[in-house]
Design a protein around this ligand. Structure first.
Ligand code: SF4
Length: 396
């Protein structure tokens, strides 16, 4: 999030102190009733890395009653990109194929060095051919002069920016695409099932990603509520949005209801961006896919379909697809990113947090991007600006 946007959001938050205060009172009142009814604390997962940013930056946790725990979820594409693909991209770059990657993917560490490099940035230091780009279009412009591979990470939000140029035929044949795209609702299902499997209290509510839903529509998240009988609210990204979403989840719990609601109505419709999804489905097909530290999740990835195989980096360079049999646990020693992305641990539970793992020198993948829970906690901690704002507003 840019500094100007952050300043604007902060100003709006300050200007709406009265509303924030009312929402806080509602949340505390509902929470008391719900926790009494359930007999235990209420766990709500904010699925998306940007929601975690807002939660930490604006001190939303400090506004919650003791019975409400907000936990982060697996919604950070950089954090869940399997190490296998980093290794393959490092190899290609050191073999002279130009790898185009976003800035955070560039710094993403693998488990162990490949040809002496544990990340694309280390490969660059060793003479590897890597270009950091802001978009797929930048790579398309740059790649006109030679062979290259685009390191295609992302969720549903990013998928149209890949699908549209591929469909329009403006991608030069020399630029291949490594699809590491992932779909988010299957990961939310996985996170809930994992908690149950481990005998832990599963989440009682989901704050679903607003930006993903602008593309996919609200529909995919409704199935989650129906399947697990838990309330879900698709939320915007400002602090007031999050407070409203928490209040709406608690209200549903209080009334014994479990459905999907859309708080982010200024951007999300039931069907979403139909034209964008049409393009995505014309270019990609859904398959089971690996998530870093977690393993394979059914129907959670997109690969290029038959018509676009000519652009497939895996076929072009003879890279074997990652299969469940081939996948190995792929987090560095001591890194607890898997539990952090499932909402089962906090960054501060990790022995490496702010010791051997810092934003300047990330040891694990959740410390790289500003959507990564460890990086957000490292930057803003539990207080900083967040508590200042809340104190100024008389909220704590
Ligand atoms: Fe992994 Fe670093 Fe987070 Fe620990 S602090 S879980 S090592 S990313």
């Amino acid at each position: 999030m840019g500094a100007a946007t952050t300043d604007l959001i902060e100003r709006v938050f300050r200007e709406n102190a009265e509303l924030a205060n009312s929402l806080k009172r509602i949340i505390w009142r509902y929470a008391e009733e719900v926790s009494e009814k359930l007999g235990h604390e209420i766990k709500i997962m904010n699925f998306c890395g940007t929601h975690e940013w807002t939660t930490v930056h604006f001190g939303i946790r400090s506004l919650m009653p003791p019975s409400v725990e907000l936990v982060a979820g697996p919604g950070c594409p950089v954090c869940i990109t399997p190490a296998y693909y980093i290794d393959k991209a490092v190899e290609l770059a050191l073999d002279g194929v130009t790898v185009y990657a976003f800035g955070d993917a560039y710094r993403l560490p693998s488990v162990r060095p490949v040809k002496g490099a544990r990340s694309l940035s280390e490969a660059k230091a060793l003479g590897g051919s890597i270009e950091v780009v802001y978009s797929f279009l930048d790579a398309i412009k740059s790649a006109k002069n030679g062979e290259g591979v685009f390191f295609g990470i992302g969720f549903e939000t990013t998928a149209p920016s890949y699908a549209v140029p591929l469909h329009a035929g403006i991608v030069p044949p020399s630029l291949k695409f490594m699809s590491i795209l992932r779909l988010t609702p299957p990961a939310a299902v996985y996170a809930i099932e994992k908690a149950v499997e481990k005998g832990l209290t599963p989440v009682q509510g989901i704050i679903a990603p607003g930006h993903v839903s602008t593309v996919t529509g609200a529909k995919p998240w409704a199935a989650l509520s129906e399947r697990f009988g838990i309330p879900a609210v698709i939320s915007g990204f400002e602090p007031i949005d999050l407070l409203i979403s928490v209040a709406r989840i608690l209200k549903m719990l209080k009334e014994g209801e479990a459905r999907l609601e859309v708080e982010y109505t200024r951007a999300v419709t039931w069907e979403g961006n139909v034209a964008a999804m049409k393009r995505v489905n014309e270019v990609f097909e859904v398959r089971d896919a690996a998530w870093r530290g977690l393993g394979f999740i059914p129907d959670s990835g997109w690969e290029l379909n038959g018509r676009y195989r000519g652009y497939d980096a895996f076929e072009e360079y003879g890279i074997e697809p990652l299969t469940p049999e081939k996948w190995k646990y792929d987090l560095p020693p001591s890194c607890r990113c898997a539990e952090v992305t499932l909402g089962l641990a906090k960054p501060t539970d990790c022995p490496m947090f702010m010791k051997a793992c810092t934003p300047g020198k990330p040891w694990g993948p959740c410390m790289v991007s500003m959507e990564g829970t460890c990086a957000v906690w490292a930057k803003f901690g539990g207080g900083g600006l967040a508590e200042d704002v809340a104190r100024d507003l008389g909220l704590v």
